[in-house]
Design a binder for this molecule. Structure first.
Ligand code: ADP
Ligand code: MG
Length: 557
């Protein structure tokens, strides 16, 4: 009897423990369910706020074209700076000789040489070296920075092989790719407006960067001339055009984003100087700073902007470029962690730190096609020390990556189609008009420029985001096709990897050629009063194509 009572006690205790365990499991399930429910709610709200259906994208396209026009009309007329680059003609393949490029745009800089052989030879040979900028020089003085660059350039030139050859009388000409905001005053001069990307060489601000580099080169006893100052977008356009006449636009989608294109000079109403003879001018849009009320802005964008180094600026860039996409994802995850506890009772400390989720990691998660989303788990673990996520939560994380990537890619597509529309290449209104609704509701007609060509338009594209993030690339191409419809068959987006360095060298070549023919016209054809020796020097600079003997008869006239 005593024993059976004791047994009953054990049974009851076991049953109670089982009930308690069941209750814990149930509470946990309820908690997990409510976590997932709240997280899904946050996800759906975010998704809806980020949507870019076709009608909305079309509004962005129109806004881009309208803002481009406004930025060309007057200084400060739009958030799009629409900077004239002084590049009024692009390479055409005829360039010949040995040219150099210095490409400074981030933590590394490149020096490059290329031997150009004209239409038949094209790029006969090319070599480059990449050099890391010592971190202390990024925060030092202008002289230290440019002396360092000049030292590396001169040492690169000193190690030149026999197969690189200057034409007789040719001086060494450089294209300088300098991807920081500059106010250009000529094709080969520009004052630095501000540093970005971790540089802070204060005394360089307001200085002519060409003169600074030129001075450093000369102090080393070398004679080299900087023929063209360009940013990476313009370099990419020139590099693309060298191979293909249909290249009209260049876009960078990397850490940052920007675009440039070929505009009709007479459309640049704010241009005070003489119109270039070519009738064209490359415009550096600085499109990262584009803004329109049609852009799908969310709490994530507001937070990111408020906490950024340049609040209120570069809003488009903050939605589409590699520097920011990962951080957009992180901010949604923070909200889910705070409000739904998706990563446990405490929000992982590091998740709260800005820029801890980099776009390549976001891309790794986004491309995870394993059934249990192993890569998502792996990234969460390695970056944030988050373990034991459920498959349901990992699916939500993946969905956030998809939303942010898709929005960025589709907006970039709308930007490109906006440019196509502005130059009359979107198939809708060649040489026609689009209407602009200004702030007072007054309609204003906007001329669409059409510059001749084969009917095909090529967009030269560069940047790690476009190159490596294939889902981004696919979404972008898909949206371009949706927006253009039939006209898409005439538009080609071509990756022009690292085209900006070689593009700058080729621009140095084409601008060196122009300078020579200009000098030729001004001085040699000017008449016999010019002194003989001067004519002789200029003539030799003209290279093999024009022999001195051929010119002599003209001198007497
Ligand atoms: P930059 O723009 O600094 O000149 P890149 O054109 O090489 O340099 O682009 C680098 C940027 O591209 C990185 O900052 C990153 O945002 C993005 N990126 C690089 N690799 C990947 C990747 N695998 N997936 C997604 N984004 C990437
Ligand atoms: Mg780059």
């Amino acid at each position: 009897m005593g024993q059976s009572k004791a047994m009953a006690g054990v049974y009851i205790a076991c049953a109670a423990a089982a009930c308690a365990a069941a209750a814990v499991v149930l509470t946990q399930r309820v908690k997990v369910r409510s976590q997932k429910y709240t997280a899904r709610k946050i996800l759906v709200e975010f998704q809806e706020a980020c949507e870019t259906p076709l009608p909305r994208l079309r509004q962005v396209v129109d806004a881009m074209a309208v803002e481009m026009h406004a930025g060309l009309v007057s200084e400060g007329g739009s958030k799009l700076k629409m900077l004239p680059t002084f590049i009024d003609h692009l390479p055409d393949g005829n360039e010949k000789g040995l040219y150099y490029a210095v490409d400074l745009g981030g933590t590394n800089f490149r020096v490059l040489r290329t031997q150009l052989g004209g239409l038949e030879g094209r790029v006969i040979k090319q070599e480059y070296e990449e050099v890391a900028i010592p971190p202390e020089l990024m925060l030092g003085t202008s002289e230290q920075l440019f002396d360092f660059i000049a030292k590396e350039l001169v040492s690169f030139v000193a190690r030149e092989g026999e197969d690189f050859r200057l034409h007789e009388g040719q001086s060494r000409e450089i294209g300088f790719t300098f991807s920081f905001p500059c106010k250009q005053t000529a094709v080969n001069s520009g004052t630095l407006l501000q540093w970005t990307k971790g540089f802070k060489v204060n005394d360089a601000i307001g200085q002519d960067v060409v003169a600074a580099l030129q001075g450093s080169i000369e102090r080393r006893g070398y004679k080299m001339r900087i023929a063209a100052l360009v940013n990476d977008t313009v370099g990419t356009l020139a590099g693309g055009r060298y191979w293909n006449n249909d290249v009209m636009i260049a876009v960078i989608l990397g850490t940052g984003t920007n675009a440039c294109y070929v505009e009709r000079a007479e459309s640049i109403s704010k241009w005070g100087g003489e119109l270039p003879k070519s009738g064209q001018m490359v415009i550096n849009m600085e499109w990262g700073n584009f803004w329109s009320s049609h852009l799908p802005r969310t709490y994530v964008d507001e937070l990111l902007d408020n906490e950024s180094l340049n609040p209120g600026e570069y809003g488009f860039e903050k939605m589409i470029s590699g520097m920011y996409l990962g951080d957009c994802v992180r901010r949604v995850l923070v909200r889910m962690a705070q409000q739904a506890g998706i990563f446990g009772p405490h929000v992982p400390h590091k998740l709260l730190e800005a820029f801890t989720l980099q776009t390549p990691d976001m891309s790794k998660m986004h491309h995870d096609d394993s059934s249990d989303l192993k890569m998502v788990a792996e990234v969460l673990k390695t970056v944030y020390g988050i373990h034991n996520t459920t498959l349901g939560i990992r699916k939500i994380v993946l969905a956030v990556c998809d939303i942010v990537c898709q929005r960025g890619a589709r907006l970039a597509a709308a930007g490109i189609v906006g440019i196509l529309k502005k130059i009359g290449r979107d198939g809708s209104t060649a040489n026609g008009f689009i209407r602009r609704n200004d702030v007072n509701g007054i309609h204003d007609e906007l001329t669409v420029n059409s510059i001749g060509g084969s009917g095909k338009t090529v967009v030269a594209m560069d940047g790690g985001l476009y190159e490596h993030y294939s889902k981004f690339r696919n979404y972008m191409q898909q949206a371009v096709r949706e927006l253009l419809g039939d006209a898409a068959k005439n538009v080609f987006i071509e990756l022009s990897k690292d085209g900006s360095g070689i593009g700058a060298a080729i621009l140095a070549a084409s601008h060196a050629e122009t300078r020579k023919s200009k000098l030729f016209k001004e001085k040699i054809l000017a008449g016999p009063q010019q002194c003989y020796s001067e004519r002789r020097t200029i003539a030799s600079q003209l290279g093999a194509a024009l022999s001195w003997a051929a010119m002599v008869p003209k001198l007497g006239k």
